[in-house]
Design a protein around this ligand. Structure first.
Ligand SMILES: Cc1cc2nc3c(=O)[nH]c(=O)nc-3n(C[C@H](O)[C@H](O)[C@H](O)COP(=O)(O)OP(=O)(O)OC[C@H]3O[C@@H](n4cnc5c(N)ncnc54)[C@H](O)[C@@H]3O)c2cc1C
Length: 384
């Protein structure tokens, strides 16, 4: 039995640490937060206090300074118990941290990267608009220069964590030629303290009420021009690069959800009896378990492969990241659907976590590029 999947002893020790934290600090409180519909800011704080937040962020910026395999192991272990904190770590350490680390100035890294991971803050990325989802180049939000300020106007949807964010990276047009080349990324720290930033609503969604998916109106919001990230007109390229890393985080979320659902099935199929024997003795059940195990192992291998490429210094990981995200999230959807089935009526009830895992898995087939769009990416790369 392969157990380490290319991880070394340090990763295995790290996994044990995160697992212990999840079992002791997160597992006992999940149902409570979910029932109250409360976003777990306290859990994010506890993760930070335990040194488990800015996993791959350099220590000088308040992170743990570990590698990308440690990042995926962390996200995976969190999602095995609850996806919301896994999503926070995933987004903050990938889309947010990598973009600031790579394209920010020294001042921006010190202020925003160090600020976020020292204070255990929450980051958000505001890209998607009602008319611009898969086709991100159709965004209409503008950031217009006015002296030494940008004035941001537009309407964004599905900004994860927007309503609780300490900083939002807004993707907007700084020119008017309507192409990729006039898209830029502008940081908006402390958005809630600024005029022109309005949370229109929390989008009610399949995952439940504890998760925060915000619809946001930017109406004449002003920030200094030195809140621009990198160069004007390069934002589309930056966000596509960031999505590569984000997809590895999304893949790790999917692996964790699959594993969490599978763990429940293994014990349930052994203990639950029907027709005088445990249900795992029926081939109809045991073949499902075998398929689940194969899918999870393959997802994990693809995810670790993509993270290893980053650890070896690869500049772009578009292909392995898209493959890992797509395969792992499709697998998570299959695994969680079958996990509900194996549990029968119990799987359908909220007394067990299976229906939650199934709802959590569905989102990952949609965000960080839908799996259809990711298949386009994979197919295009076959000829490049
Ligand atoms: C839980 C969740 C969290 C999210 N978090 C964020 C976030 O933090 N920040 C942010 O900016 N956005 C976020 N999003 C938005 C997400 O990125 C978009 O939903 C996604 O890009 C798809 O866009 P859309 O929903 O407009 O669907 P559409 O683009 O309208 O797609 C509709 C359908 O058409 C298919 N389709 C579209 N184009 C093609 C094509 N060329 N070939 C084949 N099929 C195609 C899609 O795959 C999909 O099945 C989040 C979404 C969800 C569900």
């Amino acid at each position: 039995m392969i157990s380490n999947f290319g991880l070394d002893d340090r990763h295995v020790a790290h996994r044990e640490r995160v697992r212990k934290f999840c079992d002791e600090q997160i597992r006992p409180v999940v149902d409570d937060y979910e029932e109250r519909g409360e976003f777990p800011l306290d859990v994010v704080d506890e993760l930070g206090e335990a040194g488990l937040y800015g996993i791959n962020v350099p220590e000088e910026y308040g992170g743990a300074g570990l590698d990308f395999r440690s990042f995926v192991v962390t996200v995976e272990e969190l999602a095995r118990v609850w996806k919301i904190p896994a999503g926070v770590v995933s987004l903050s350490c990938s889309l947010f941290a990598n973009t600031i680390e790579k394209y920010g100035t020294d001042w921006q890294r010190e202020e925003w990267l160090r600020g976020l991971f020292t204070d255990n803050g929450v980051a958000a990325i505001s890209l998607t608009e009602p008319q611009a989802g898969s086709d991100a180049s159709a965004i209409e939000t503008t950031a217009t220069r006015d002296g030494d300020e940008y004035v941001i106007d537009g309407h964004k949807v599905w900004t994860s964590h927007g309503a609780v964010a300490d900083i939002v990276l807004v993707v907007a047009r700084t020119g008017d030629d309507g192409t990729h080349d006039d898209v830029s990324i502008i940081a908006v720290p402390e958005p809630h303290d600024r005029d022109g930033f309005e949370i229109v609503r929390d989008i009610p969604c399949m995952e439940g009420d504890a998760v925060v998916e915000s619809e946001i109106a930017y109406d004449g919001l002003r920030v200094p021009t030195d809140y621009l990230l990198g160069e004007e007109g390069q934002g589309f390229r930056y966000i596509m690069e960031a999505l590569d890393i984000g997809r590895i985080g999304a893949a790790a979320q999917a692996v964790g959800i699959s594993q969490g659902a599978f763990d429940e099935c293994i014990s349930f199929a052994d203990e639950r009896e029907a027709f005088g024997r445990s249900i795992r003795q029926f081939q109809g059940v045991s073949f499902k378990l075998a398929d689940m195990q194969m899918g999870i192992d393959a997802s994990r291998l693809l995810t670790y492969r993509a993270a290893s490429a980053l650890d070896r210094g690869a500049d772009r990981v578009t292909q392995p990241a898209a493959m890992a995200k797509t395969f792992a999230s499709d697998t998570a959807m299959d695994v969680t659907t079958e996990a509900v089935q194996i549990h029968g009526s119990r799987g359908y009830s909220r007394d067990y976590p299976l229906e939650r895992y199934m709802r959590e898995a569905k989102g990952i087939q949609i965000y960080e590029g839908t799996n259809e769009v990711n298949r386009h990416v994979i197919a295009k790369n076959l000829y490049e």
